[in-house]
Design a protein around this ligand. Structure first.
Ligand code: BES
Ligand code: MN
Length: 458
């Protein structure tokens, strides 16, 4: 084990160069023009995993390729078998002009590596790959078998992966799943995440007049789809932050004392959060702290609005169309289909006759919860403690990784969520970065993890 840790320390500089190569590939899954870059990123992984000494396969899908890479062989016998999941696709980098360095030109500044996908999620699954490399390169017996499952559609709903898991479930008989695609509060607070929110996405399209009209000639007599859209969206939420759609909160449980204590341990002050985000005031449902709102309460967010003239100067029109992209975050017991149904009913009912509404449902995934004190969770906590030298905290997070509920349903396996992202990583924002220290410690954590997991009865 000491050799593994020394190997990880001695090779840090090379690892960083390799990660830069990976981050330089603009594998943006939401944009069709990057389809070939997704292929390139999967090629990079295939080659990289082969060099490490893993048995690698690329699986074509209707979307982007899935890469599997395993230590398993005929000699493996009855070692515990774990799956490490990650995604090589990244969020769109727009708006480009807000980046200090170009998003796909990885740049090191101090302890940070800047680049789209450096934290979410290339850097994080790369850390696990390097831990396995260290075992294989030093000839140290790996006490578990590890299979990597790396996809290229996470940021657009993991459509191919669900079907892949169902079809190949015999190849994924595992004792558990390990995912680092989330966060920790700080380098001094490594964390085991035991809950994630779910998500549903939808779009609303409103069509009014059959073309953009002169607002002076027609304005007043013909309804304005952009205005109707604002009114409809505005009617979804009360002034106190509650979503007022009947049925939206069906099944939502109130927070237990245990939960509130755990979430209360999260080292974040509301003043600090305001400062970090540059807002003068926070917002939200009364009676919940910001941490509780972000980790354990449902929300509805407008992600994008489109209508009318967006170019330079003024243009006097009544736009013909208006549309919005919306997502909701869900908590345990909320059913994505039911939430979509009540939202659609509400919007259709409240939409005036003066415009035509279409409601288009998008991707969906339920919230995830796992016991934070089972033997595997305890093993993970010990691995975090060894690598970071601090007592880990237990937390719930507000982001979503919908495939983890498939791991539970299809593979009957629990997921250990061991995030290496920091709150200032700017995931999904301009200037995404990853902490190089977090990655290096993450590699050590992964090295310890296989020892700890092999010891715990599963
Ligand atoms: N890494 C995130 C999920 C995440 C972020 C979990 C922070 C916990 C804390 C992941 O890549 C992501 O962004 N997922 C999407 C899923 C969606 C597109 C279905 C999300 O949460 O918006
Ligand atoms: Mn993401």
């Amino acid at each position: 084990m000491n050799e593994v840790l020394s190997y990880l320390r001695e090779n840090q500089a090379r690892f960083l160069d390799e990660l830069c190569e990976f981050v330089a590939i603009p594998s943006v899954s939401a944009q069709a023009q990057h389809r070939s870059d997704l292929k390139l990123a999967s090629d990079w992984l295939v080659k990289h995993c082969r060099n490490i000494g893993l048995k690698v396969k690329r699986h074509a899908t209707p979307g982007n390729p899935i890469v599997t890479a395993s230590t398993r062989s005929a000699k493996s016998k009855n070692k515990p078998h774990y799956l490490v999941y990650g995604h090589y696709d990244v969020q769109p980098a727009e708006p480009f002009d807000l980046w200090d360095t170009p998003p796909f030109t990885p740049t090191v500044k101090g302890d940070s590596l800047y680049g789209r996908g450096s934290s979410d999620n290339k850097g994080q699954h790369f850390a696990h790959l390097k831990a396995i490399e260290a075992y294989l390169a030093t000839g140290t017996e790996l006490p578990c078998d590890v299979t990597f499952l790396l996809e290229g559609e996470e940021e657009v709903g993991s459509e191919s992966l669900g079907a892949f898991l169902k079809a190949k479930k015999a190849d994924f008989q595992v004792d558990g799943v390990v995912v680092s695609d989330n966060g920790m509060p700080s380098l001094k607070h490594p964390a085991l995440t035991y809950g994630l929110r779910g998500v549903v996405a939808f779009e609303i399209h409103l069509v009014g007049p059959n073309r953009d009209l002169h607002s002076g000639i027609y304005g007043g007599a013909v309804d304005n789809p952009a205005m109707v859209l604002c009114q409809l969206l505005g009617s979804l939420r009360g002034a106190d932050g509650q979503i007022v759609v009947p049925g939206f909160y069906d099944g939502v449980e109130s927070l237990s004392k245990f939960e509130r204590t755990q979430l209360g341990r999260y080292p974040e002050s509301e003043a600090g959060l305001k400062k970090q985000l540059g807002v003068r005031a926070l917002f939200g449902e009364k009676g919940y702290t910001a941490v509780e709102q972000r980790a354990a309460r449902p929300t509805l967010e407008i992600n994008g609005l489109t209508s009318g003239y967006q170019g330079e100067g003024s243009k006097t029109i009544v736009p013909s169309r208006a549309s919005a992209k919306v997502t909701c975050r869900l908590v345990p017991n909320q059913k994505p289909k039911q939430v979509l149904k009540v939202l659609k009913q509400f919007l259709v009912k409240n939409c005036p006759k003066s415009v035509r509404l279409t409601f288009e449902a998008g991707h969906a995934g339920e919230a995830y919860m796992v016991s934070p004190d089972g033997p595997q969770a305890k093993a993970a906590t010990r691995a975090l403690q060894s690598a970071f030298g601090r007592t880990p905290i237990l937390m719930r997070e507000g982001g979503s990784i919908p495939i983890v509920t498939d791991f539970k349903e299809i593979l009957k396996a629990d997921t250990l969520l061991l995030g290496l992202g920091l709150p200032d990583d700017n995931v999904h924002s301009p200037n995404e970065k990853v902490s190089i220290t977090a990655l290096n410690k993450g590699m050590e954590m992964s090295a310890h993890l296989w020892q700890e997991l092999a010891q715990c009865s599963s």
